[in-house]
Design a protein around this ligand. Structure first.
Ligand SMILES: NC(=O)c1ccc[n+]([C@@H]2O[C@H](COP(=O)([O-])OP(=O)(O)OC[C@H]3O[C@@H](n4cnc5c(N)ncnc54)[C@H](O)[C@@H]3O)[C@@H](O)[C@H]2O)c1
Length: 427
């Protein structure tokens, strides 16, 4: 498949920033769609962004200062929607990239949302629950003028979870004087969360994997899978793949990876992680590194950890036939080019991991209606949306000789641009 041609092969390996990757992807889509520089600049630039200081009183009494960000990339199709990330390397450019990807993702699966993202540069593993609660409440109150159930809605991302969302919701609601469940998605069921949200991203990853395999005339049953990252996305994806009859032969987290060629017992591995905090040390499995996991000879590789892991160096080692991007931005532009040359089919992040925001949308609709759907209704509607979005992307890719990424971006960017043009420019 042809790429849109935004890539050069550098002689020296380097790490491409997520923002550079996101901008290169947008530039390629803009070229393909024939848009002018003015529209390109509009699509490339966040509508609003804020940088806040987040002072934290540690349990010890010491005061520390952290930096937080919230970016609304585009709101032409509806309120900003996007996760909140806690990771020590979070910075404004990373949040800009993640917000931009949210814009295209919401458009690819045709949700009435724009794209947003937030983050705090903090390592959640180094803090107690009460410290994380104070950071979350202070961050929420600092960005309060910018968020709202009709303006910008948060969800969990790396390093945050449904408890974090409950704290955000409570802080926002207390300040408004009444309970507002639609301010966040991915919150606990007890405070208006949706059935199926915690596994939605992973279920979506499995739906698009099945679709991609079906296009190649193969069943999911019996395929071999490696999953990088055993957090919210990776662990549930591994479980759903295993339940569907696929063989999950390797998984990893930030501490290392484990491998069993006959298939890992994902249920027991999940118990091991609950007890020890890491996949490392799981019995009946061999240890390997994250780089070795990326190079395994499997049918499907699911990067579900962090950005930039498949670059111009590691991409050469990928032997999987399909890469299904559970994480946001796991493949750099150069890495993408190498994978394309080697005939690897990449199901891009803006499509592959959109299941989370699809069920976030369902959660937001349920909260606004104060009427909750059954788990079955949610699962069926999610599958329908994911399979329909995959078909639309795959059809365009086939018709115009594009990669799945370029086709997904073309669909997402075009929908956003059309909303922008139809609304017109104020004043
Ligand atoms: N949570 C969601 O619903 C959702 C939705 C769409 C996309 N995503 C994306 O999926 C990715 C993972 O998110 P999550 O919510 O599962 O986060 P998480 O914090 O729950 O889990 C992250 C996992 O990745 C591992 N990890 C971190 N850095 C690593 C590295 N360098 N090498 C190997 N493993 C590493 C961690 O140990 C952990 O197992 C992120 O890119 C996120 O933006 C998440």
């Amino acid at each position: 498949m042809a790429s849109l041609g935004c890539v050069t092969t550098p002689s020296e390996p380097h790490t491409q920033s997520p923002l550079a990757t996101a901008q290169a992807q947008l530039a390629a889509a803009v070229r393909h769609l024939g848009y002018d520089d003015g529209l390109h600049a509009n699509l490339a630039t966040p509508r609003r962004e804020v940088h806040v200081s987040v002072p934290l009183r540690m349990d010890s009494g010491e005061i520390r200062l952290f930096h937080g960000f919230r970016v609304q990339h585009n709101v032409s199709r509806g309120p900003g929607k996007g996760g909140l990330r806690y990771h020590p390397s979070v910075d404004i450019d990373e949040v800009r990239a993640l917000a931009m990807w949210m814009t295209w993702k919401c458009a690819v699966v045709d949700l009435p949302f724009g794209g947003a993202k937030g983050g705090v540069a903090i390592d959640p593993r180094e803090h107690s629950a009460s410290e994380l609660e104070r950071v979350t409440r202070r961050y929420t109150s600092e960005i309060m003028p910018m968020i709202g159930p009709d303006t910008d809605i948060m969800a969990p991302d790396m390093g945050t979870d449904e408890q974090t969302m409950a704290w955000v919701m409570d802080t926002y609601s207390v300040n408004q004087g009444h309970t507002i469940p639609a301010i966040v998605t991915g919150k606990p069921i007890a405070v208006g969360g949706s059935l199926g949200r915690s596994t939605a991203t992973s279920a979506g990853v499995v739906h698009v994997t099945e679709s991609a395999l079906r296009t190649a005339g193969e069943p999911l049953d019996g395929r071999t899978i490696a999953v990088q990252g055993f957090g919210k996305v990776g662990s549930h994806a591994a479980q759903i793949f295993a339940r569907a009859g696929a063989r999950v032969v390797a998984v990893s987290d930030v501490d290392g990876a484990v491998r069993a060629d006959d298939g890992l017992d994902v249920g027991r591995l999940t118990e091991h992680v609950a007890a020890t905090g890491t996949v490392v040390g799981f019995d009946n499995a061999d240890a390997l590194t994250n780089d070795e996991l990326l190079a395994l000879d499997v049918d499907v590789l699911v990067p579900a950890a962090t950005q930039g892991v498949i670059d111009e160096v590691t991409a050469h080692d990928v032997r999987a036939r399909f890469v299904v991007e559970g994480a946001n931005g796991p493949t750099t532009t150069e890495g993408d080019e190498v994978l394309a040359k080697n005939g690897v089919t990449v199901v891009p992040d803006v499509l592959a991991n959109a299941g989370g925001v699809v069920v976030s949308y369902f959660e937001w609709v349920q909260a606004n209606q104060t009427y909750w759907w059954t788990e079955r209704e949610i699962a069926e509607r999610l599958e329908h949306r994911m399979v329909a979005a995959y078909s639309a992307v795959a059809d365009l890719a086939r018709r115009e000789g594009l990669s799945l990424r370029d086709a997904a971006l073309a669909i997402g960017v075009k929908r956003v641009a059309e909303a922008h043009k139809t609304r017109g420019l104020y004043p």
